[in-house]
Write a protein that binds this ligand. Sequence first.
Ligand code: AMP
Length: 358
Amino acid sequence: MSPPLAPDATIGILGGGQLGRMLALAAAKLGLKCHVMSPDPQAPAFDVVHRVTRADYSDTEALDRFTGDVDVITYEFENIPAETATFLAARKPVLPNPRILATTQDRLLEKTFVNDLGIPTARFAEVDGPEELKAALEAVGRPGVLKTRRFGYDGKGQVMIRNGVDPQAAWEEIGGQPAILEAFVPFEREVSVIAARNAAGQVECFDVTENEHRDHILKISRVPAAISDEVADAARRMTAVIADAFDYVGVLGVEMFVVADGGGHTLLVNEIAPRVHNSGHWTLDGASVSQFEQHIRAVAGWPLAKPVRLGAIEMTNLIGNEALHFGDWLTVPGASVHLYGKAAVRDGRKMGHVTRIL
Ligand code: AMP
């Protein structure tokens, strides 16, 4: 375990999107400096830090300079190339440990890992070709959801297979890549748990968040989720088991389906995000400590805060053109507006969010 960082130390952040930006702001609050590396010349995180590296993640000269300038390295997105992670980890501590990415980047490995911990997921089967897809449909049943094993996000790389859908066409629709077929889950609601764990093994979970998606993109998060205390406790326990099993250091988000089951409810884990998560943005204004600060504390080797929620909270993402109307939110009672400083508005692009304490 490395000694805790002093408050003037520098944290390297790979990735310069809004998550990197909000991590850097949280670090600044604690007197820590950040150096952001991103290939995007207009990375939103560049605007809030003093030191930046604009380079591709495969540029070893740039990576070398970056590692020389920082005390510890973390990341804000999960598709870090494995070679980049190996290069960095040989030079400076990288947290969370990049070996976790190999599991969370691959839906088959991720779901197998979760099941091996005794935590349920949707039924699934491995699919490597159209013939296997037919067999998987027999085993898993219809409707099913065919998902690429890697590089899927916001509903990309997945297709629903209902009765009558030709497996060959579905296979082609996802680009004929290694995939899994999941049973379609008739969920009552979708929830997530944002948890922080530090190297000393301290785990702190935020209250369970309920998430509403539109066009496969998170639109609204509400806290507390409309679930019983027992289900909420179970969701937090599952998340802590996952964090412990990874020997995780930092913040992670675990997405789950809540399914009605007789008179009660069952939780099925859908996805693990090895990073701060959009459904945890409410913590910036709605809790005594934010997910971003918890992540920074964890990678700095500091004790985690014990989060206290400040009320019933609703977080709304401003997506694409919606951000042009941010002015409408400025005077809404209890609202706090966050804009990410992205120059170009594009359909489906997360431009900002609003938290409201209700
Ligand atoms: P994912 O990329 O796995 O996070 O899936 C994106 C969204 O698609 C989820 O948030 C759900 O709303 C929906 N979804 C994914 N998998 C399933 C499933 N097996 N059954 C029902 N809905 C699903």
